[in-house]
Design a protein around this ligand. Sequence first.
Ligand code: GLU
Length: 545
Amino acid sequence: MNYKALAERLLPGEYPPLSYYEEKYPPRTLPKGAEVTRLAPSPTGFIHLGNLFAAIANERIAHRSGGVLYLRIEDTDLKRKVEGAVEAVIKALHYFDIEFDEGAEIGGEETYAPWYQRQRAEIYRAYAKRLIEEGRAYPCFCTEEELTALREEQTAKKEITGYYGQYAKCRNLTEEEIYRNLDAGKPYVIRLKSLGNPENKIAFRDAVKGEITVTENDQDVVILKSDGIPTYHFAHAIDDHLMRTTLVIRGEEWLASLPIHIELFDALGFERPRYGHNCSLMKQDGETRRKLSKRKDPELSLEFYRKEGYFPRAVKVYMLTLLNSNFEEWYQKNPDADLAEFPFKVEKMSKSGSLFDLDKLNDISKNELSKLSIEEMSAFLKGWAEEFGTEAQRHYFDDAEKLGAVLSLCMGVGGKKRRKDLTTASQAMKFIEYFFERTPRTDEYRIGRDERRAILSEFLAAYDHSDDAQAWFCKVKEVAAAHGFATDMKEYKLAPERFKGSVADVAEVLRIATTGKANTPDLWSIMQILGEGEVHERLKQAKDE
Ligand code: GLU
């Protein structure tokens, strides 16, 4: 077979010699040990926790080594393309402080551009042409129907499905048959002619999992589709090589394709970058552990964390806890350190599944938020409210002094111990809502309606906004005593039957009347922040209810 003539017929025209691309995309000049790594999402518009997981690892590896993190868009499959998806990826990762050095919509070092695979079509075709010339790739004219029939036949025979060995019909077409098909204008794809044998095992050093064994590939995978656009497998091998990638961490769902990738790199004559396959994030579901699912688990989508208003550092701390086995200990010793100082190591990455637990993240979030200053907290909440808050919530920021007082009370600033009630921005905004809006009152009272009314009206009559906390509490106790409630908790505990209840029950009536809630920080302080007029209004309203 005259492969050269066939290559010319399939991909006519002058393509640059491959040395041209080698020179156009030269090895990078970076310090020794610097790693070049990447994220290569398809622009589907869905960016998930697994992407963030891998992104943090790649970002840390690149930046700790003085290397480069780039963003490549694998848009060879137009059906999956969504408008604005690239910006969404950049924005979603920016929230977690992950910045690319170069790439699609980023710019940066132009040498390795373009970063959209569709814009690199000519490069892939040049390499495909070479493989055809070498007899390592061939045209396949099988129709969808034929491929479906083949799959059904293989399934019925309980054989591995795919285009390989004796099933790779077009691999054995004669020169005459090929040209007859071409002359007839039959559509075709280009497939790799695999030389592998699945009985052979290859040793592969996975950057995360260590030494693993993979089976040789024997699938004649498609490298160029009928429209001349490459498949992901083919394009990524060429790009990882020409973009001078040195190490890639990606999800372990790509392990299954590794044999194909290994053969493609070999056929193309490229030295492979190192690949590390990161374990999937698992979730405990009753007795079993399963992968996080797009359908069942809203927390899989990165959008969830922005919408809920998770503090980015908290998510990052949790991801690093899962990513590196020694992170937790390091963080305990360095709770306020810049996370970039953590000596992230690929060798410390977990080889088997990581359990993702939202409760654990919530605990970390509470802890991280409790470390913020009032200014930092205000800025964080404001950023969230501007994007996701209600109209009313955006007004919480009108009076910075009031907001400051609210936050320091709710966060326990100035007290002996910082409070850890706040988990996310959305929850925190809800938590402070009653300072800014009149919220519905809970009906968890322990005291009946008539007595409540009497208590409220007596307290109202005695209320003096200029009372300090002590004087204020004396008045609460007076009302309590007048109604037969114990004012001394010790006394109450010794003989509860002697009282209707304790001063705590009376305070609760006042608390719910003022805030709507049965549990709040110090009530006197709340009343001070609300102001005299508002306190009167709320107590009156509750009394008249
Ligand atoms: N385009 C693939 C994806 O959508 C990238 C796989 C890889 O990292 O090689 O995840």
